[in-house]
Design a protein around this ligand. Structure first.
Ligand code: PLP
Length: 224
């Protein structure tokens, strides 16, 4: 694809996001984070030139390498992957704009210690395992509100902004929808939460209809 063809292609994705959000409300604004984990810095630059500013990675090392290589561009970097405790300092050195995948109280406590030591704060989302899948990380839906409050109380350097969830791994749209609804129900009852991050390339329209206001698009944004 030439850059002109790519722009037309991306316009079409933007239009799909737009139609989905308008079905919710004129006032429902959705932010797209381009997940670049399978893409090169050249591909990121091409998308940046079209106007995309928020990018996300799922490995601390990749986030470090790519953000360093692209440091001349004012990109907003997100981290969406599993954070191992021994990588916390590396993540904090990069200081991402949002950490989507805070997935346990234990990790929050460890993160809090490191943030306190460095006199930093970090915006984060609590990850919910909304379909209760063994293969997925995140807190169980029935515990989510309590854990969220506990992190707010015990971890002052973590600035919780809302929730993140990955839709149920299923071909049945009703099951995927259910998993989004479960997350949204928890989200809307949280005090001060403003970000509900759900929806990926295969299910973002459904996620938006269920209330998502941040979608994480990988393959579809990079035409893979
Ligand atoms: C890879 C990834 C995405 C993007 O997935 P696509 O299906 O390529 O859009 C979104 N969120 C997380 C947490 C991911 O790891």
């Amino acid at each position: 694809m030439t850059q002109t063809q790519y722009k037309i292609y991306i316009d079409d994705i933007v239009r799909r996001v737009e139609y989905a959000r308008l079905r919710v409300s004129d006032y429902h604004i959705v932010k797209t984070v381009a997940i670049s984990k399978n893409s090169t810095t050249d591909e990121i630059t091409n998308l940046y030139k079209i106007g995309q500013r928020a990018f996300g990675e799922n490995k601390v090392q990749d986030l470090k390498t790519k953000s360093k290589e692209l440091e001349a561009l004012p990109i907003e970097w997100h981290f969406v992957g599993n954070l191992q405790k021994n990588k916390i300092n590396n993540l904090l050195d990069i200081n991402p704009s949002l950490f989507h995948s805070l997935d346990s109280l234990d990790l929050a406590q460890e993160l809090q210690k490191k943030l306190f030591t460095k006199d930093m704060t970090l915006d984060a989302l609590l990850q919910i395992n909304s379909a209760k899948e063994k293969s997925k990380r995140g807190v169980m839906p029935e515990l989510a509100s309590d854990i969220y409050k506990q992190i707010q109380n015990e971890c002052p350097n973590i600035k919780l902004k809302g929730l993140m969830s990955i839709g149920a791994n299923s071909d049945n749209p009703a099951l995927v929808k259910k998993s989004f609804e479960i997350t949204y129900d928890i989200y809307k009852n949280l005090d001060g939460a403003t970000i509900c991050s759900m929806g990926m390339s295969g299910d973002f329209e459904l996620a938006i209809e269920c209330g998502s206001n941040m979608i994480r698009l990988g393959s579809v944004m990079f035409d893979k």
